[in-house]
Write a protein that binds this ligand. Structure first.
Ligand code: PLP
Length: 490
């Protein structure tokens, strides 16, 4: 068969920057979105991206889609109209709290749209709580490896963020550095279990001990970013004996973020933020009782929210149950351990720290690790490029488990190829977060966009990313031509 005949046929893609004059028929729209779906699936279905798609099984997806369609009209802002959504949300929060040793305690929480919003909410709650105690210039201590969602939260909420380094061997947040930076204004220490860049669990017990000491005779919060670990570590600790304590069992932990849309295997768009007690959670809420539109009270940043996502999330948790999560975690742990061993034994590569969860980060002293990552992408295995120090990571999901031998084969071969020719892609640079190929391997057609791109090689990649996301402003040729209108008489 000729290559041409095998290529999938997609419908032509037209740019729609203004509303169609007349509505398009449902039949054409069904066809068009089917074609879009097919085009996007071609980018991930035959290969493995790092993280991103955590389950991907057809039956699980069908259940998620069914739940989404059943409740697509629902909005938990109007809980009186959708009491079933309210019930499902309460159960999601309670089931999550139980997983992280919060069940026996007064731990409570809220559903947000994802990890970033959970982090923003926790910063908001701690900030307002501290404000009530007279702290007007709040500070948070994070780590250089903390997720950038923390930077975003502090930027939005005007909290000073101090970042301490991690140990270069273990990649764990340095507790003595945290201790050095605690001041009267410290409202929270931010830890990760595990962190995104290196997949390492911070020394949360030591951090809990530190905040419990109350160096300035006032309480300090401790947030555990368990966005990756929330639905993984509770099961991993039942399967392995090397998982350190990371949750509400530690008395200093005041809040946790646990993403249902990652290893909870729910459709994208939900996370759970948990607090040690309702007093702290209440500081998260916003209430404006005097609004002319009535009393306005919302738990999170959103007003209206998609109840369908909560229904799908609830179905995911109920369908997997404890046994399902245990099975999934065991498979991912085995796959991660095999991949970490392979990397440790591959000349030219080294593993960062001792990963105990689902992410293996690795680098090279012999060749450009981003070029290595590009070569892996060409073989269908996406890696996530990270920086300072230069490394890439593989975030193992269920989709990697059936192809572990192929991944190992590719890792070994690419390492050999790079060692034999270390000049391959020697100028490759880190890509934008979430993109799997390095910035020098993409087409560069944005030379004139910003003089800043001359200063920092990453800026051009960032601009390219933004212009792809927000496509319209750059591409004048696709903008509708202004219609000739008759001159106004005025
Ligand atoms: C450790 C960690 N925290 C927070 C986030 C942010 O989550 P989201 O992308 O759902 O906002 C991520 C995302 O990968 C993460 O890995």
């Amino acid at each position: 068969m000729k290559k041409k005949d095998r290529a999938p046929k997609y419908l032509p893609t037209k740019k729609n920057y203004v509303l169609p004059t007349e509505g398009i028929s449902d039949r054409l729209l069904y066809e068009q979105i089917a074609s879009y779906k097919q085009q996007d699936e071609a980018r991930w279905k035959d290969g493995q991206v790092s993280g991103g798609i955590y389950h991907g099984g057809e039956d699980h997806l069908a259940l998620q889609n069914h739940a989404l369609s059943m409740f697509s009209i629902s909005n938990p802002l109007h809980g009186d109209v959708w009491p079933s959504i309210v019930k499902m949300e309460a159960e999601i929060i309670s089931m999550t709290a139980n997983l992280v040793n919060g069940g026996e305690l007064s731990v409570c929480g809220a559903i947000t749209s994802g990890g970033t919003e959970s982090i923003i909410m926790s910063v908001k709650a701690h900030r307002t709580w501290a404000e009530a105690q007279g702290i007007t210039e709040p500070e948070i201590i994070g780590c250089l490896s903390s997720h950038a969602g923390l930077d975003k939260a502090c930027d939005m909420l005007k909290v000073k963020l101090i970042k301490v380094p991690f140990d270069l061997e273990t990649c764990e947040m340095l507790v003595n550095e945290v201790a050095k930076h605690i001041t009267r204004n410290t409202i929270m220490v931010y830890s990760s279990a595990p962190n995104y860049p290196h997949g390492i669990i911070d020394p949360i017990k030591a951090l809990s001990d530190l905040v419990m000491e109350q160096p300035f005779n006032r309480p300090i919060g401790l947030h555990v970013d368990c966005c990756l670990g929330g639905f993984f570590l509770p099961f991993a600790r039942k399967l392995r004996d090397n998982i350190p304590p990371f949750d509400f069992a530690l008395p200093g932990v005041t809040a946790m973020s646990c993403d249902t849309h990652k290893y909870g295997y729910a459709a994208k768009g939900t996370s759970v933020v948990l607090y040690r007690n309702s007093a702290l959670r209440n500081y998260q809420f916003f209430a404006y009782p005097k609004w002319t539109g009535g009393m306005y009270v919302t738990p999170t940043t959103a007003g209206s929210r998609p109840g369908a996502l909560s229904a799908a999330c609830w179905c995911s948790m109920m369908s997997l149950g404890e046994a399902g999560y245990l099975r999934a975690t065991e498979r991912i742990l085995c796959t991660t351990e095999k991949i970490a061993d392979c990397i440790r034994n591959s000349p030219g590569l080294f593993v960062l720290g001792s990963p105990k969860a689902m992410i293996v980060a690795f680098g090279s002293k012999d060749f450009n690790i981003y070029a290595f990552s590009d070569e892996m992408s060409k073989r269908g295995f996406g890696m996530s490029p990270c920086q300072s120090p230069p490394c890439v990571h593989l975030c193992v999901t269920l989709r990697h488990c059936n192809v572990v031998d192929e991944i190992i084969f590719a890792l070994q071969n690419v390492a050999k190829q790079m060692l034999a020719n270390p000049n391959i892609g020697k100028d490759a640079n880190v890509a934008v977060y979430g993109a799997s190929s390095s910035s020098s391997s993409s087409n560069s057609n944005d030379k004139n966009r910003s003089s800043a791109s001359n200063q920092d090689p990453r800026t051009s990649g960032m601009l390219r990313y933004m212009s792809k996301t927000l496509d319209m402003p750059y591409d004048q040729k696709y903008r509708p031509k202004p219609k000739k209108t008759k001159k106004s008489k005025l």
